[in-house]
Ligand binder design. Structure first.
Ligand code: GAL
Length: 670
């Protein structure tokens, strides 16, 4: 099967910033890339000032020579449109392109990502540069992927300048049509906020007290769309002049500011930058979640890990390196969850500049170094996994993720400001992860027919259409597990009346009378049969209608009331979890998974991650040992592609060890 570009096998390499080095160094670079098995480098990400030294002067000579050199050595290029860092001359000629913060500070030149997404000058300058690059290099043999911009929303996600305000008003006019509709949606009779003219509306700048929540929610939607418009302007250029080469822009994992469902629809290949912290012993769980999201953004298509650190980063307060084993294990983890490439920031460690202490594939010390050995080893390993490119995972379980609801949940003045969607989702995801149950993410309205179970860690903002979608999923035989404070408001952040969670009450068979958030450092007991577990963050005065009680509160003011319920609805069942159970959510999910016939990929010891990618004639079982101790596990017969060894029934994994087992037998039905 083939991967996302025309380069065969898995992709390996990283960001390459040759403009930081003399051309003699380039010759060494390509030679060492070959030694390391590097087959793709991302070029030109921060090259704008070099490529366009003045408004009408261009310098492509160096990039011509570089791409020729790469092509001559069989290294492909992911060529950037170079638009993430506008040059000084452009900023000085048009200071209005610099972004402005909520309290009115215009951010200065001297770092990167210094542009206002709504600036017409920025957008025109960026698309002009993108067109020059596309026209010049679309037929270049090295170029296999276009890389638009870099990490949209990194550093600057919103700008409060006059151009942004004007753009926001346009966006609002498109959304609401007339002011009466906006006044209704924003509930402007509250606190005398009624608008009589469009030009009275401003972005939610720093204000004396809480800003209108619907205004803030619309602002979040607008900011994601404003950056998306920048992307789409460049994408249109590449669609026209890019020679049919696939297009990507690198995402930043589960990133709140950008609605990646909307973005991924316009990408040919999803790519992600992921920087799990080696100092965090649980970092691999959040990494797995991010990777599963990336795979899900284009319905299971292979994606690319566009950036990871070979070892330490340089931007945390304390930057702990990865051991060679950890670096290798975490690289396999991305492939295990659907990546067809493992790329890094960056190829050669910078000598100067803000990132000179960031690790690289080629470290400051050069080749005779353990860091370089690690680089060569990973290249060899990924070559051994070449046949995995293009294969896919399947999941029986889906988690619903919706950016609108994320933004709304985290608005101010809620019963608790401690409810953060990423953390809630990670807690639910982690419960499935430790059971080695593969999970996809889906947006509201997605086709759920292939999923036995749908998890809803939180969907604070639930439209009537989304509620109907979930209800019919259950009526048709699905299993839904719904977390607290879901189904509370509509698309305008107005409360659904009649008892929470009004639009989901039928399917859940419960009504919530009042929210009882749990103070920091406190907990309440929840009783499952003879087991008592602590719940933190949140609890609710819950009443059952048609639902039955699965667990009840065992301490505090809600003692004796239901905490977790189950409701039969049509051909399916829906569970409601009114409190934050943490790991104890496993009590609920074990019941749900058993009820739905959801099985782990493989029964393995705790701490071992198991996933499976399937191709036409073979399956590839990834077994990753995240523990510091060795372990032995039962496996089907097959060949470990990393060692070439045939395995018969048992596998020994060293601490932080990994195996990729190729099996040609049909896998048991899960
Ligand atoms: C990314 C960025 C890269 C580099 C890297 C360092 O966010 O895209 O250019 O700065 O971080 O970790």
């Amino acid at each position: 099967m083939s991967g996302p570009t025309r380069v065969p096998g898995l992709l390996y390499g990283g960001d390459y910033n040759p403009e930081q080095w003399s051309e003699e160094v380039w010759a060494e670079d390509v030679r060492l890339m070959k030694d390391a098995g590097v087959n793709l480098v991302t070029v030109g990400v921060f090259s704008w000032a070099r490529l366009q030294p003045g408004p009408d002067t261009w310098d492509f000579g160096w990039l011509d020579r570089l791409l020729d050199l790469l092509a001559a050595h069989g290294v492909a290029a992911d060529l950037a449109t170079a638009t993430a860092s506008p040059p000084a001359w452009l900023v000085r000629a048009h200071p209005e392109i610099l972004p402005v913060t909520a309290d009115g500070v215009r951010l200065e030149f001297g770092s990167r990502q210094h542009y206002c997404p709504s600036s017409p000058v920025y957008r025109e300058s960026a698309t002009r540069l993108a067109r020059k690059i596309a026209e010049r290099y679309r037929d270049h043999p090295a170029v296999v992927l276009w890389h638009i911009h870099n990490e949209y929303g990194d550093h600057v996600t919103e700008c409060f300048c006059a151009a942004s305000a004007a753009d926001f008003r346009h966006w609002l006019r498109d959304r609401y049509g007339d002011l009466a509709a906006l006044n209704r949606a924003w509930a402007t009779d509250f606190w005398s906020q009624r608008y009589g003219r469009w030009d009275e509306i401003e972005p939610p700048r720093a204000a004396p007290g809480p800003v209108n929540p619907t205004q803030v929610l619309d602002w979040r939607r607008f900011c994601s769309d404003a950056l998306l418009a920048c992307y789409l302007a460049e994408k249109a250029v590449l669609d026209e002049d890019g020679g049919g080469i696939p297009v990507t822009t690198n995402f930043m994992s589960m990133f709140k500011s950008l609605d990646y469902w909307a973005w991924a629809a316009h990408e040919d290949v999803v790519s992600d930058d992921a920087y799990p912290d080696p100092a965090d012993p649980e970092a691999h769980v959040a990494a797995a979640m991010n990777y599963d999201l990336m795979r899900s953004l284009k319905a299971g298509r292979p994606w690319l890990l566009m950036e990871q650190a070979p070892s330490a980063v340089s931007w945390r307060p304390v930057n702990v390196p990865k051991t060679p084993e950890l670096s290798r294990l975490w690289s396999f983890q991305a492939v295990a969850r659907g990546a067809d490439g493992v790329l890094h920031f960056q190829w050669r460690a910078s000598r100067a500049g803000a990132e000179k202490y960031h690790s690289a594939l080629l470290p400051h010390r050069g080749t005779g170094s353990p860091q370089w050995d690690r680089t060569v080893r990973l290249g060899r390993d990924l070559t051994r996994l070449a046949e995995i490119a293009g294969t896919r995972l399947t999941a029986d379980v889906a988690i619903v993720l919706d950016w609108d609801s994320w933004w709304a949940l985290e608005l101010e003045d809620h019963p608790s400001s401690r409810l953060l969607l990423r953390e809630l989702t990670l807690s639910w995801y982690g419960t499935a992860y430790v059971r080695n149950v593969t999970v996809d993410f889906v947006p509201p309205g997605a086709d759920l027919t292939s999923y036995r179970v749908v998890l809803l860690p939180n969907l604070y903002l639930t439209t009537d259409a989304t509620a109907a979608w979930l209800t019919s999923y259950v009526a048709d035989g699905g299993r839904l597990v719904c977390g607290f404070f879901s189904g509370i408001v509509n698309e305008h952040d107005h409360v659904h009346l009649g008892g929470y969670p009004a639009p989901l009450r039928d399917v859940l068979g419960v009504v919530v009378d009042e929210f009882w958030p749990v103070p920091d450092d406190a907990s309440v007991d929840v009783v499952f049969g003879d087991r008592r577990v602590p719940a933190t963050l949140w609890s609710e005065w819950l009443e059952t209608g048609t639902a039955e009680t699965v667990a009840g509160y065992g301490s505090g003011p809600l003692t004796g009331r239901p905490a977790v319920t189950r409701n039969a609805h049509g051909a399916g069942r829906a569970w409601y979890v009114s409190c934050h159970l943490g790991d104890a959510l496993g009590h609920v999910l074990d019941e749900v998974f058993a009820d739905a016939g959801v099985r782990p990929v493989l029964d393995v010891p705790a701490g071992v991650e198991a996933t499976r990618r399937d191709g036409p004639g073979a399956s590839f079982l990834f077994l990753l040992n995240h523990r510091d101790a060795g372990t032995e596990l039962p496996v089907p017969d097959g060949i470990d592609l990393l060692t070439g060894t045939a395995l018969r029934g048992t596998l020994r994994l060293p601490p932080l060890g990994a195996a990729v087992l190729k099996t040609t037998h049909p896998q048991p039905e899960r």
